[in-house]
Design a protein around this ligand. Structure first.
Ligand code: PLP
Length: 395
């Protein structure tokens, strides 16, 4: 009855069974995985956000494959203020970044061709390639104690007859690492050699740490056909509004061909709703406030973690450039690292009421790691971290 591509193992794992059980028993716990900004108690201009949806223009249906021109102008302005001059015909709107990925996979890949993803990274990717009949392979990001970088030796040993695309997540989820010039040189060389396109997922690029206000986007990457993904789910912390974009750059002939083909894909679905497009200009007016409000939370939680994850705490915080997550290497307080990640997460839930993600969720090469969301409301975050350290001290 059903397609092979949907033959997923849909059984709950031990961790989700435990969470359901705790929820049923009404046990309150310290959820350090909350990454849904609408549940993180931010003080956003909610009335104005809603008012932006009441335009009379929402009564008109104007099918536009690339998205409404006024909304695309807002995206164009967003990039202009970050130093990138993007022609309007190189901007496509989609209902979400995930949909943007799907459109690009249909544009670029034939069944069973390979898309390269960073490892560790975000777990949704496996489903996105499965749904689009592609194959996922990974290139490793290595952490040298200071920063994560693309491993050239690993990238060039990837064996695949045809690589349709190389995905970068800039900054990456959950490592928070940016692609620097050396990394980009490796990726561009690989893309040129394999005639693969580059997809740069930049949904978190507005959230760089330590006061950085630059915007190191690949929107200006001309060496290879390059697609940049962004959207309001992170830039405006409004995942419920369902509006994202694809920016296209690269050699002109390839860009023009990509636009013509992508136009047919987008025109077939016309999935972006009018209210979100018509509201975008007003919403973007609040972008700085929203970003600053979120940034305050990220910085405050990260600072707390930096202060607490010291020698003897059992936690070592890995360096990162930005994003909504923090990654910690875990040991016992004495330094023993033979802790099994699933056991650790289950024990933290059962004994301390704290929920964190295990590193294997993101395919870290070694273990044990935990990943926490820096969006977590501060008091919950601080108590949760204290409880984790307390648990590791007593191991
Ligand atoms: C790196 C990354 N890309 C894309 C997405 C999906 O974004 P959207 O809600 O726009 O589909 C997420 C969601 O968390 C993400 O972490």
């Amino acid at each position: 009855m059903f397609s092979n591509r949907t033959n997923w193992n849909l059984e709950s794992n031990d961790i989700s069974l435990k969470i359901n059980d705790l929820k049923k028993r009404g046990k309150i716990f310290f959820d350090l995985t909350v990454s849904n900004p609408t549940q993180c108690h931010f003080d956003f201009p909610s009335e104005e956000i809603i008012r932006a949806l009441t335009s009379q223009r929402n009564l008109i249906y104007e099918p536009a494959s690339q998205g409404l021109i006024d909304a695309r102008k807002v995206v164009q302005q967003y990039y202009a203020s970050r130093g990138f001059d993007i022609p309007l015909n190189r901007i496509f709107l989609t209902a979400s970044t995930s949909e943007g990925y799907s459109f690009l996979f249909r544009l670029l890949g034939n069944p069973n061709e390979v898309v390269l993803f960073p490892e560790p990274s975000y777990p949704l990717f496996q489903f996105l390639v499965d749904i689009n009949d592609l194959k996922m392979q990974t290139y490793k990001l290595n952490y040298n104690g200071q920063r994560w970088s693309v491993s050239a030796s690993n990238m060039f040993t990837v064996e695949a007859e045809k690589i349709s695309a190389i995905v970068l997540v800039n900054p990456n989820n959950p490592t928070g690492s940016l692609i620097n010039e050396d990394d980009l040189e490796v990726v561009n060389r690989m893309a040129s050699q394999k005639q693969a396109a580059i997809i740069s997922d930049e949904v978190f690029l507005d959230y760089l740490f330590d006061g950085r206000m630059d915007y190191p986007s690949l929107a200006g990457n001309k060496t290879n056909l390059t697609f940049v993904l962004g959207g309001v789910s992170k830039a405006l912390a409004m995942p419920q509004m369902k509006l994202s974009w694809i920016i296209i750059n690269g050699p002109d002939a390839l860009v023009n061909e990509a636009i013509a083909r992508l136009d047919v894909i987008a025109d077939t679905y016309l999935s972006v709703n009018a209210p979100a497009q018509n509201a975008l200009a007003m919403w973007m007016g609040f972008q700085k406030n929203i970003r600053d409000e979120v940034m305050k939370r990220l910085e405050s939680n990260r600072k707390y973690l930096q202060e607490k994850a010291v020698n003897g705490s059992g936690l070592t915080l890995l360096n990162s450039d930005g994003g909504w997550y923090a990654v910690c290497k875990v040991t016992s307080a004495e330094g023993a690292s033979d802790i099994e990640e699933t056991d650790l997460v289950l024990q933290l839930l059962e004994n301390k009421g704290v929920f964190v993600h295990p590193g294997f969720f993101f395919d870290f090469q070694d273990s044990p790691y935990i990943v926490v969301s820096l969006l977590t409301p501060q008091t919950i975050f601080m108590q949760g971290i204290d409880r984790i350290i307390d648990y590791l001290r007593n191991l």
